[in-house]
Design a protein around this ligand. Structure first.
Ligand code: LLP
Length: 417
């Protein structure tokens, strides 16, 4: 559930009219709802209640400082994949001791930075990375707390680009080799083995793949215990899907209940979650203005001021996100099936296709479920300044990232002497 709804035929974000936000800050813009972020975060903490747990929000979904700060204030941990994400977490007041560091290509510099900040854990994705962490930690006279990210070879049944737990994917260490790597890790200098983790993919709409992976990982936990390696935590990654359209992903409470049921014999094994989309997606919308209506012989195009550089998901994954009018017309404007397309010079530049809308030039549209993997995947392609981000908090709206300026487009660039 989120806090974007119509009141008197006007779309509101919590207590603020979206049309007023567009008027004040211009379009395109991302609008986030604080209350929705908090609600989704607590859906996880409430669901995990009764078992030791930590919810580490996946920063890549939406890394705006205000978003991170809202979650940090609720006690969230964070899942990061770069030094930049860790720097953001710290800048936003996040607690490094609740940070887990995922990602296949951690550089020595990133590892050192994270060690100095005393993060909770490195999620190790290869044997070579394990050796590098040991080396960097030893040089700094530090101990790196590590978890092995295992690749359980489970089909997450999601889009191939966001499936990560199959043996042909680059992520994690083959679960069949994990036991040997744990033994190696246990003996390496500068390394403390504390956990195990997996992340099999994103936008999962069933619990079964998580449970299948969990079974395999718990068998590994048992085998390690027998060998004298007792783990503190089990990180089951992120990946819980959201309803974009008619999908019916399990509620966090149903998902966590099934996970907890598997952990009754592991009462001290802390359960770590890394949700990104489930917290942020439906806590945000992308607001855009119709610049032109362009009817052709075959199609009706609604050409809007937001493009694939602002929201890449439809072009990259053929993702479907709902597009609604900010102020639905009741003046007899006919409903047509529109391709809602952007200004970017690519045929793949669209926000949605075949959308029934009753609109005219100048109208405002909102693309729903845009809070995750929206702004964070945006770019300056076609020399388009990145858009403003606004967070609504009750009856107030706050600019949490200003629209980029034209001069910011070439910041850092130089002419030849
Ligand atoms: N943990 C790890 C190690 C991950 O790689 C990811 C996402 C997450 C957690 C968070 O997953 P979530 O709960 O958000 O599903 N850009 C794509 C999604 C890429 C996800 C990458 N990894 C999209 O827009 O659909």
């Amino acid at each position: 559930m989120d806090f974007f709804e119509y009141k008197n035929n006007q779309l509101f974000a919590e207590g603020v009219s979206v049309a007023d936000i567009a008027e004040q800050y211009g379009t395109p813009c991302y609008v986030y709802s604080r209350k929705t972020l908090e609600r989704h975060y607590h859906a996880f903490t409430d669901a995990a209640d009764g078992h030791p747990h930590l919810v580490c929000y996946a920063v890549k979904a939406n890394s705006n400082l205000a978003v991170l700060n809202v979650l940090a204030k609720q006690g969230a941990g964070f899942d990061i994949v770069s030094q930049g994400e860790l720097a953001r977490v710290l800048q936003a007041g996040g607690d490094a001791s609740k940070v887990v560091f995922s990602g296949v290509a951690k550089t020595a510099q990133e590892i050192a930075f994270a060690l100095v900040q005393n993060i909770k854990c490195f999620n190790v994705e290869s044997e070579a990375e394990l050796e590098r962490i040991s080396h960097v930690a030893s040089e700094l006279n530090k101990t790196a707390r590590v978890s092995i990210r295992v690749n359980p070879d489970i089909d997450a049944k999601t889009h191939p680009y966001i499936s990560t737990g199959l043996k042909e994917n680059k992520f994690g260490i083959d679960i069949n080799q994990a036991f040997d790597i744990y033994q190696k890790a246990y003996a390496l200098p500068g390394i403390e083995v504390v956990g195990v983790d997996f992340h099999i993919g994103s936008q999962l709409t069933e619990v079964a793949p998580f449970l299948a992976a969990l079974d395999k990982v718990l068998a590994l936990v048992d085998k390690l215990k027998t060998a004298g390696i007792e783990l503190e935590h089990l990180d089951i990654g992120g990946g819980l899907g959201v309803p974009y359209d008619s999908e019916k992903p399990p509620h966090p409470s149903a998902y966590a209940a099934e996970v907890k049921a598997k952990l009754v014999n592991y009462p001290h094994l802390e359960l770590v979650f890394e949700p990104g989309r489930a917290i942020a997606a439906n806590a945000g919308i992308l607001v855009t203005k119709v610049e032109y209506i362009k009817p052709t012989k075959d199609k009706h195009f609604a050409i809007v001021d937001a493009g694939m550089n602002d929201m890449l998901r439809p072009s990259l994954y053929q993702a479907w996100q709902n597009i609604i009018a900010v102020a639905p017309r009741a003046d007899g404007t006919p409903t047509q099936n529109y391709d809602v397309v952007g200004p970017v010079c690519e045929t793949g530049d669209f926000l949605g296709k075949d959308r029934p809308l009753a609109i005219q030039a100048g109208d405002l549209l909102a693309q729903r479920s845009a809070g995750a993997y929206g702004f964070t995947m945006s770019s300056n392609y076609n020399s388009r300044p990145r858009v403003a981000e606004i967070m609504v908090d009750g009856d107030e709206s706050h600019l949490v990232r200003q629209r980029e300026t034209l001069t910011s487009l070439w910041q850092g660039e130089q002419l030849l002497p």
